[in-house]
Each structure stands twice: as structure tokens, then as C-alpha cells.
Design a protein. Structure first.
Length: 229
């Protein structure tokens, strides 16, 4: 996760990743806009850009690049979170732990590349604490799920009270949650069979010192979709 700290309730940036099936990608983006309008009263684009890559023949290849420019520069002038969401398209991750592992590796590698390129923030601080350990834990949990099948034994949420708050930090995570909800809604609509996606977004709770702490795993109780923070 990359967070550009500019103070409480000021604009900051979060880098998050998504692993999805390849279908209806443009419709997913439209669904996100609809959910933003429904939930926040605005359909202004908050997602700066979405990059889609797919896994084929043991290689990850960029398949499609979508850039949301309209309204973005206006948002830069406001106290609002700006997301850079990166999607790794992996049709085999549903049933194959090996390709899932490769998808995680590719996602994490691109996170590192982004952070190295970004360097120190001009407006704040780059916070990247123990993220590799978090990814290892999340990967292991999902690998266990693939091997043992049932996810009903898991806790529905390790961060039950996160969205009871209404501050800028939680709005950022709510927007990320809308991304997951959009994918869930669209994939279930376009396919009769069970669909699956895994979102790798590290949960954070900003302390008074401005540090990032914690992570969690949340499961949608009304579907077979795993929502990972």
C-alpha cells in the first residue's frame, strides 16, 4: 500500500490490487460509477486509472489499459482519496493455487516497482510497513481455502466496526469496497456459475502518529465471494 500523507482529512493516495476473471471489464467500471453515485451522491471519477493484465502461458501480459481522466484534476484540488487500482486477470486462480501464487507475486512486484519509482512524497510520507508479511499471510489463508474448500468456518469479518466510522480514511476503504461490490454484482449477473475474485487491499487504521497498523479478512456472508483487505 502506498499512502501519501498530507494530514488528517487531507487528500492521500492508496495503491490497491485486484485479481479477477476476464469478462465485462468496461461494465465493471460503469458499475463502480453507478455505485459511487448511489452511495456518495456523486459519480465523479475517483479512480485515477485501472490497468488490466492477464495470465497466459506462464506469463503476465498487459491486455487492456483504461484511464479515467475526466474530473481527476478537479479531485486533486479536493480533500479526497485518490485510488490507483491495478487488476490482474487470472482465470485459473479460482481452482489452482499455483497460478494464484503467481498472480500475487506479480501484483506485489508491481507494488514494489511503484514505490521505488515514487520515492519520498513531496506532500507527506510513504508508509509501507510489513506489507510483505501481510501478503504472505493472506496468500496462505487463500491457499488453505483452495485446498480445503469450505470458507464457512472463517470469521465473516475481522474488522467488524471499520465501516461504522464516517471519516476520510474509512471513505477510502468504502470506495475500495464499492469496487469489490461492483465486481461481485457484475460477475454474478453475467455468469450462471459461481464466480470468484480476490482483492488485495491492506486494511489500515491511522494512529495519532500517522502510522499504518493491522490488516484483516472480510467475507461477504451472502455470497461465495472472499473480500480480502
Amino acid at each position: 500500500m502506498y499512502v501519501d500523507e498530507t494530514g488528517i482529512n487531507e487528500k492521500y493516495t492508496i495503491l490497491s490490487g485486484v485479481i479477477i476473471h476476464s469478462r465485462g471489464y468496461n461494465l465493471i467500471c460503469k458499475e463502480i460509477e453507478r455505485l459511487l453515485l448511489e452511495s456518495f451522491g456523486t459519480n465523479k471519477i475517483i479512480l485515477k486509472e485501472i490497468r488490466k493484465r492477464y495470465y497466459y502461458n506462464n506469463e503476465f501480459t498487459q491486455k487492456q489499459y483504461l484511464s479515467f481522466r475526466e474530473g481527476y484534476y478537479d479531485l486533486l484540488m479536493k480533500k479526497t482519496p485518490v485510488f490507483i487500482v491495478s487488476a490482474v486477470d487470472n482465470d485459473w486462480a479460482r481452482d489452482n493455487a499455483f497460478t494464484l501464487e503467481k498472480a500475487y507475486e506479480h501484483l506485489l512486484e508491481r507494488f514494489h516497482k511503484f514505490l521505488r519509482k515514487k520515492g519520498n512524497s513531496e506532500n507527506g510520507q510513504v508508509i509501507y510497513d510489513k506489507s510483505q508479511n501481510y501478503f504472505k499471510i493472506i496468500k496462505q489463508k487463500h491457499k488453505n481455502l483452495l485446498e480445503h474448500g469450505s470458507w464457512w468456518g472463517w470469521e465473516f469479518s475481522l474488522i467488524n466496526h471499520l465501516f461504522e466510522k464516517d471519516d476520510c480514511e474509512c471513505r477510502a476503504l468504502q470506495i475500495a469496497d464499492l469496487l469489490g461490490a461492483a465486481m461481485n454484482s457484475l460477475l454474478n449477473y453475467t455468469s450462471k456459475k459461481e464466480e470468484h475474485y480476490l482483492r488485495c487491499l491492506l486494511f489500515f487504521d491511522r494512529s495519532s502518529e500517522g502510522k499504518i497498523k493491522g490488516y484483516g479478512i472480510k467475507i461477504f456472508p451472502d455470497s461465495n465471494i472472499i473480500d480480502t483487505f
